[in-house]
Every structure is written in C-alpha cells, then in structure tokens.
Design a protein around this ligand. Structure first.
Ligand code: AMP
Length: 544
C-alpha cells in the first residue's frame, strides 16, 4: 500500500463529520491492506510512530521537525511561522510549505513511499541514538513526500493527528471489518491493551482473548469517592488498602524472564532492575501481577512521587540513580498464575493467591465494614506517607480497563487539576536563566484545543526549573518577547486556592494562587483535565 493512499484517507477523515462515516471509511481501507500492513496502519492512524509497548521513543522533537522542514523545502523560518500562526498545526504547516517548496534535492528519489516502508523507517529512527542520523532518516522520507504525505508524516512524528479519529472509533472499525460485536471487540481490546496489536492479531486470525505472560492487559481503574463513609455505603464490607503514591506496574514473569509494563502498557523493565529481581524470586513459575512501584528512603519508607520520576525518565545511568533512589514494588492483585487466568475469581480469592505468591510484598489492607476502623486505617495510611486509600469490593472480578464502583479511591487532599503547560516566560533576577513562569491550560473538547486557565511560577525547585527549561525549549513553537509558546506535552498537577471568574483568559476563569504540586510524567497530554472539569469545579465552589 502506498503511503499516499493513507494520506488521502486522513484528509477525508478530517473533512468527514459523523463518527459512523469515519468508522466506515477506515473499515473499508482496512480491507485493502495486506496482513503485514494492518498493525502499522492502525498505529500510524492513531498518531503513534511506534507501538505503545515499545520501550523506545522516537526522540524527534518539534525543533528538529522545524529544522528538517526548512532544510527540505528551502524556505525561510518566517514562512514557517506565518503558516503555523494561520493554521495552528504543524502538519498543516508542513503541507503549505511543501506546496510552496523552493528547493528539490538533487538526489531526489521519485519512488513512491510505501506504508510499511515508512513504519520501518520510523523504527530505525527510534533505535538510532544520534540526532543527526534521525534527522537524515526523516529528511529521506520527506524528500519523497507530496504535500499531503509530508503533513501526515509530520503529524505522526509529533503524535498529533487531529483527524478526530480516536482509538474507540478504530475499535468500531475493527469490529466492522472482522465481524465482531462492539462488546466482543472491547473485551478483546482490554485484554490486549493496544488497538494496533489487536488489529494485527485479528488480521492473522489469532485470538487475543487470552491472558498470557508478556501480553500486557489494560489495568483496572478506581473511581473517586468522597470519603470512607461513601465507600462503606457502596461496598458494605470492603477491602480497604493504602493508596501508594507511585506508578502503576504490571509485572509479567515466566521462568527466569521478567518484563514490566507501565500503565500505558509501555515496557519499563530496563528502568526497574530491582523490581525485576524481586519478581524473579516470586513463588510461581509464571505470573502476572498488578501493583505500584514506589521510591523509598533508607528505612524503606515511601518517598513522594517526584523521586520516582527520576528513575523512569533516566535511560542511561540506571545503576547510579538506583543507588540514589531505590524503589520497591508493592503488589495488590494477581491476574494469572501458572497457566491459569484469575480474572473471574473474586478479589478475596485472588488476594489469597497473591499472598502465597509474593508474601509480604503486598499492599497493607484491612477487610472491614466499620466506619471507625476505616477512619482509623485512613489516618494511619496518611501518617505512613501514603496518598489515601483504595477500596475494593471483595466479590469483584478483575475487569481490565474498567473504571467503576468496584474499586473506589479516596485522597483527602484539596482538589488539584492536571494541566498542560502551553507557554512559559523567562524569569527575573536569580531565575533569569530559567523559563520559570508557566501558562497552564485545560483541554477544551468543544473547540478541540487547550485553553489557558492560569499561570504560576511556584512549586518547582531550582533543579526542576533547569530541567523544565530544557524540556520546554525543545517544544517551542513560537516566541513573543520574553514568552514562548510550546507544544502541549508536559502535564503538571496544580493546586490552587480557588477558581475565579476573570476576563484574563478567553475561557473567563482563572486559578487563584496556583502552584505546581508535581510533574505528571505518567500522564499523557490527552489525559489532562478538561475545561468542562474546571467549570464543574468552579460551579461546585458555589460561584457559578
Ligand atoms: P489515580 O492515579 O489518582 O487515578 O489513582 C489510581 C491509581 O492509584 C492506580 O492506577 C494505581 O497506580 C494507584 N494505587 C496505589 N495504591 C493502590 C492500591 N492499593 N490499589 C489500586 N491502585 C493503587
């Protein structure tokens, strides 16, 4: 399949209005692909240059894309900025620049790009360590691109499709193509945690409806509750556990081999050698465990989440950081053991088996129906440095990917928002070297863009400011005096005193006394809070 055909499809998807129409278009496109093309196509369509389970990242930032675009088209950067300001989209900018391209490489290769070829080149780009080589590979692809292909390529590379075609729609297209019901496809998806891989399995007529080691499942999620009283009202008797302030991990073991996946099914084994070591010692030949990995101090006490991030982001120097920031896993569920899926067993039984498999490495908990005991447990958890509690209905099965009342969570802290940084300003005085004042934005689902709701220079240490400055510089899209606007990619958790009505920002609201609590490395920008949520909190304050 030629890449050009996929670019045409994406143009049509952008124009199409209804969900049904988009689903049908993709389904018919799927039927024209060979078996080997189905999985790459699905990943690319969702703006994923690599499979989500890959432990690699592409390592091509906005600044690099800009540089390569200017090099390939021979146009000045003022043209790029103008195009970007009028479209607000780097892919569309690429298309416009390619239409006005001044320069054609003398070694111009006129062979059409293949879909599979693009996918393989992206994989090479990711495994290539040197930036120069990555740039050459991107250049090679762009040199053979039409304006529409260049647009699609840029969108995939920066992971932002804006075709309005989401993972849920892809699942519906797959259902249509492979003769499955919506219910069947959603169950299959939860067990494979990756729509692209699921598509690949379906096209090879292999069943994904199995729980087996090294195939990550979507984790089961908890719904927020207002307090222990509400938890007990919902559950009657509940399994009340400490809510650890770390990162979710799914640990898969088979014999001596262990692989660890993060919440987004990304493999993180390399960053967590001590968790892998611990897992090798489990009392089972094969197992899939669900748990949380937490940074700990010398006495084994949990440290705040921020410490753990150093471990996840670091690719090199794992050994050194390991000495400085030791981590430990605590497990709370067992999904599979020695050839058998436990998903349909009640939690109480899974938990018993879990304790046999990993002894004291399990989360602290009580099974209770008493309000007094629950409050006491919550207080103890807070004193122990934990975030709060998670309550699980003892009779409940494990439902991959589901967020419902079977698991409830409660954090007795003031409401915070997870917001994207969309701009920043250089500081003054001691902070002049840093981009230290941040524009915080929530996702406006109706307008399809981020809207600024506040600004802050509070909450980060000097070391963090230096790190953030480097990250934001790489995401720069435009400059206005002391301010830069950046591609929304970094998500931060923000505390504030109240949400005020204010003309300062177009959305009409502004956070008062905003302060960054932590950088949410574990959240993708798509998971940032929405403007609708900010409005809801604003209204709950009784000022709406
Ligand atoms: P949140 O990230 O605030 O949505 O809270 C849900 C997360 O809490 C889960 O995804 C886990 O990573 C984490 N967590 C910590 N302790 C537990 C526990 N005992 N049971 C389940 N999830 C837990």
């Amino acid at each position: 399949m030629e890449f050009r055909r996929m670019a045409e499809l994406c143009e049509r998807l952008e124009r199409a209005r209804g969900r049904k129409e988009k689903v049908r278009m993709v389904s018919s496109f799927l039927s024209s692909l060979s078996k080997e093309e189905v999985e790459p196509f699905c990943h690319l369509l969702l703006g994923r240059p690599l499979p989500p389970s890959s432990s690699l990242t592409l390592g091509v930032d906005w600044a690099t894309v800009r540089r390569v675009l200017l090099g390939v088209t021979g146009l000045p950067s003022s043209d790029l900025l103008r195009a970007f300001h009028s479209t607000g989209d780097l892919g569309e900018t690429a298309r416009l620049l390619f239409q006005r391209r001044r320069y054609f490489s003398p070694t111009l290769d006129s062979r059409p790009l293949g879909l599979r070829e693009v996918w393989d080149a992206l994989a090479r780009m990711a495994s290539e360590g040197e930036r120069e080589k990555k740039e050459r590979l991107l250049e090679g692809l762009l040199n053979r691109s039409s304006p529409e292909e260049a647009k699609l390529l840029v969108k995939v590379v920066i992971g932002e499709m804006r075709t309005g075609f989401k993972e849920g729609m892809l699942l519906s297209s797959l259902a249509l193509s492979f003769g499955m019901s919506e219910e069947e496809i959603r169950r299959a998806f939860a067990l494979s945690a990756d729509a692209g891989r699921l598509a690949g399995l379906l096209s090879e007529k292999r069943t994904p409806l199995q729980v087996i080691p090294f195939q990550p499942l979507e984790p089961m999620l908890a719904q927020p509750a207002g307090g222990v009283e509400e938890i007990l009202r919902e559950h009657g008797t509940t399994s009340l556990e400490v809510k650890l302030d770390g990162a979710r991990v799914q640990v898969h073991k088979k014999g001596g081999e262990v692989r660890i996946f993060s919440r987004g099914s990304k493999e993180v084994t390399g960053s967590l050698p001590e968790v892998a070591e611990e897992a090798r010692g489990l009392q089972a030949e094969e197992a899939i465990l669900d748990g949380e990995v937490v940074a700990v101090d010398e006495g084994g006490r949990p440290l705040p989440f921020q410490n753990l991030l150093r471990r996840f982001r670091r690719k090199r120097g794992v050994e050194e950081t390991r000495r400085r920031v030791p981590v430990k896993p605590w497990f709370f569920d067992l999904l599979y053991v020695d050839g058998r899926s436990l998903l349909n067993l009640p939690y109480s039984e899974r938990r018993e088996r879990l304790e046999e498999v990993c002894g004291e490495r399990t989360t602290e908990r009580i099974v209770t129906s008493s309000q007094e005991e629950a409050v006491e447990f919550l207080e103890k958890a807070r004193k122990g440095g934990h975030e709060g509690v998670v309550a699980k209905l003892p009779d409940s099965p494990y439902l991959p990917g589901a967020r419902g009342k079977l698991w409830l969570k409660f954090k007795p802290v003031p409401e915070t928002l997870d917001l994207a940084i969309v701009g920043a300003e250089w500081g003054y005085g001691r902070r002049a070297r840093y981009l230290s004042d941040y524009y915080l934005a929530a996702w406006d689902g109706e307008k399809g863009r981020f809207e600024v709701v506040g600004k802050t220079f509070k909450g980060l240490t000097d070391e963090e400011l230096a790190e953030m400055t480097e990250r934001l510089k790489a995401l720069e899209v435009s400059r206005e005096g002391r301010r830069i606007w950046v591609k929304p990619e970094v998500v931060v958790e923000v505390a504030y005193s109240e949400i005020q009505r204010s003309p300062k920002y177009p959305c009409g609201m502004a956070l008062r006394l905003a302060r960054i609590v932590r950088v949410r490395e574990d959240k993708r920008v798509q998971e940032a809070d929405t403007l609708a949520r900010v409005r809801e909190l604003f209204e709950r304050q009784g000022r709406g």
